[in-house]
Design a protein. Structure first.
Length: 240
């Protein structure tokens, strides 16, 4: 949840450009644990980036608006050309009779847009993404489209939780396409506990697993581990 303090942290960073964790906890008079939670929220929204010993403001033209509006909408156009390139590579991995799981990431959203224009004889799409579900009517009418329900998460614009996991239990997944917050040290991570639980279950069910991650995701780490990098059949990126 957004707080007045996270807005204040961003304003403070606009002046400082870089701050150590110790400086931030001292300035805002909060515990280290509280500050780490605030930083995790801002990092998940791509407003700040973790650097050695502290955090720095993300360098992008739209940053002045990064703490307003939907967090998902904030991310949708960030690195768009790279995400579209990755999505095109992912599309080549899709074939007839596939049962696909598409996660709620912005990169996979671009894959979903490409799938809307395909003409397979038989394809099934399973997703917990609200945006993809809202666009189900754009897919060929004979495609099977399954939206997973659960508790709505505003930040990820998707459904998560025990109800979502229970619905997955009944499904077979041939190919899973997911993204993550961080990739590095042979692990794939996210900042959302329930998101991690969902993706762990998806990877358990899927016959083939694809990680879609642009270069900004590499060498950074979220709070919760999803899987080791070797758990994926392929990591599709804009960087070798």
């Amino acid at each position: 949840m957004k707080s007045l303090r996270t807005y204040a942290i961003v304003d403070y960073l606009k002046q400082k450009k870089y701050c150590s964790i110790q400086e931030l906890t001292s300035h805002f008079k909060v515990s280290g644990a509280t500050m780490y939670r605030d930083i995790a929220e801002l990092a998940a929204r791509d407003v700040v980036q973790r650097v050695h010993g502290g955090i720095a403001l993300q360098e992008r033209a739209a940053l002045r608006n990064a703490v307003s509006g939907s967090p998902f909408q904030e991310r949708i156009n960030w690195n768009r050309d790279k995400k579209e390139s990755i999505a095109l590579r992912a599309l080549s991995r899709v074939g007839e009779n596939d049962i696909l799981f598409l996660d709620s990431s912005t990169t996979v959203h671009y894959l979903a847009q490409l799938l809307e224009k395909t003409s397979f004889s038989n394809l099934t799409i399973v997703t917990n993404s609200v945006m993809i579900i809202q666009n189900f009517h754009k897919f060929p009418s004979h495609y099977v489209r399954i939206g997973l329900g659960g508790s709505y998460d505003l930040q990820l614009n998707c459904f998560l939780g025990q109800a979502t996991l229970r619905e997955l239990e009944y499904l077979e997944i041939s190919k899973a396409f997911i993204s993550a917050f961080g990739v590095g040290d042979d692990k794939v991570t996210t900042n959302h506990e329930y998101h991690a639980s969902l993706l762990m279950k998806v990877l358990e069910l899927a016959s083939r697993k694809y990680l879609l991650a642009d270069r900004s995701k590499f060498n950074r780490c979220g709070l919760f581990r999803i899987a080791p990098c070797r758990a994926f059949d392929e990591i599709l990126s804009d960087s070798d």
